[in-house]
Design a protein around this ligand. Structure first.
Ligand SMILES: [Zn+2]
Ligand SMILES: [Zn+2]
Length: 380
């Protein structure tokens, strides 16, 4: 099994300075950051590799071991832990490598803000809300009730009485992460994982906080006001960062995810930011011209149908659609005319139309005329 070439992965030469390695790593990490490529396993893999490479080359001791022995610890067997799929951490602090280093990248992308390895964010809360068509078009404010875990006030989230009755975990020295050595056919594997002694909290509670029974957080009912932006559509999700459950491991709060469902309009059909209207009109209106009342987001509107309007003619009413999310731009209202024939005809109407028919010359019907001409040239 050949070792990966970490220099290759970071695209630097073997003689690159630590600064060069750092800047190469930053560039690549920025490029392949999973926040920018959600659901892209290839990028995720690449991001992992980049971190793995920097974990070693970014540390001058590990780098010199790697240069000499082809492994970060000087023990070639260590590599199998990291890459063969036997455990997560591999060598040293494996999967969490370099995280602090790219924290500025996280924040510059407005990322999840998950700071360091020992912090585990609280759980997200998901709620569903239903909006009327109008509420979605113009935006609105909604109040929802959630039951969530909040940091316990009396112990400041520590779970220890008065927030003081605890000591730093001797196994992980407060980091919440511990090294576990494991024997395998490849030799010894060092894994880094959540500390079992303190359940990754980094502390051992001497006396439990009586208010939260040592949990560090309590369940509360909360009313949360949500501003729904104009233009939101069915199926979209609003994320309120940090409005989810409090972390049980002193990390940031989870997020509040709001699934939005929007009622459909009686007549108009939404297509992105455009509105579609299939408009039936009497054939006489198409022939003679006239006005037809149509609905818009801003009330009714009189649409002028010119005389001699052909079937399926499309009228585009600019900016009569839906406002774009977070932008002062509007979609269009697209009206397609469907000409309707009456379902019955009286004797009187028949006579009238007969006269009409006699009066219209064939040349008035462009398509029909062309068709007739072609027909007359056919052999049979
Ligand atoms: Zn511990
Ligand atoms: Zn408490």
């Amino acid at each position: 099994m050949p070792n990966k070439d970490y220099y290759d992965i970071l695209g630097v030469s073997k003689s690159a300075s630590q600064d060069d390695i750092k800047s190469a790593y930053r560039k690549l990490a920025k490029l392949y950051h999973p926040d920018l490529h959600p659901n892209d396993p290839e990028c995720a893999q690449k991001f992992k590799e980049i971190n793995e490479a920097y974990e070693v080359l970014g540390d001058s001791n590990k780098r010199s071991n790697y240069d000499q022995f082809g492994s970060a610890s000087g023990n070639p067997n260590d590599f199998f832990g990291g890459r063969g799929g036997f455990g997560q951490g591999g060598f040293g602090s494996g999967q969490f490598s370099g995280f602090e280093d790219i924290f500025d990248i996280f924040s510059s992308f407005g990322g999840a803000g998950r700071k360091t390895q020992v912090q585990v964010a609280g759980e997200d809360i998901t709620v569903n809300i239903n909006l009327s068509f109008k509420e979605a078009v113009f935006g609105c404010e909604k109040t929802i009730k959630v039951t969530k875990l909040e940091k316990c006030d009396s112990c400041k989230g520590t779970g220890a009485k008065n927030g003081k009755e605890y000591e730093t975990c001797p196994d992980c020295h407060g980091s919440g992460q511990a090294r576990y050595t494991q024997n395998s056919i490849f030799g010894q594997i060092v894994n880094v994982g959540p500390c079992k002694r303190c359940n990754a909290t980094g502390k051992i509670i001497k006396t439990k906080c009586p208010d939260c029974n040592g949990k560090g957080n309590t369940k509360v009912q909360q009313e949360i006001k949500i501003k729904i932006p104009a233009g939101i559509d069915n199926g979209q999700v609003i994320t309120m960062r940090g409005k989810g459950h409090a972390s049980t491991h002193n990390g940031p709060n989870g997020d509040l995810l709001i699934n939005v469902a929007v009622d459909s309009h009686e007549i108009l059909v939404r297509d992105g930011y455009n509105l579609l209207l299939d408009l039936p009109i009497p054939f006489t209106t198409a022939y003679l011209g006239g006005k037809v009342k149509i609905p818009t987001t801003e009330g009714f509107y009189e649409l002028s149908i010119p005389a001699l309007t052909q079937p399926n003619t499309v009228f585009k009413l600019r900016n009569k659609g839906i406002k774009y999310l977070q932008k002062e731009v509007y979609g269009d209202l697209i009206v397609t005319v469907r000409i309707e024939m009456p379902k019955d005809i009286s004797k009187y109407e028949k006579e009238l139309v007969k006269k009409l028919d006699d009066s219209i010359s064939l040349s008035s019907y462009k398509k029909f005329k062309t068709y007739q001409d072609k027909l007359s040239k056919l052999d049979e």
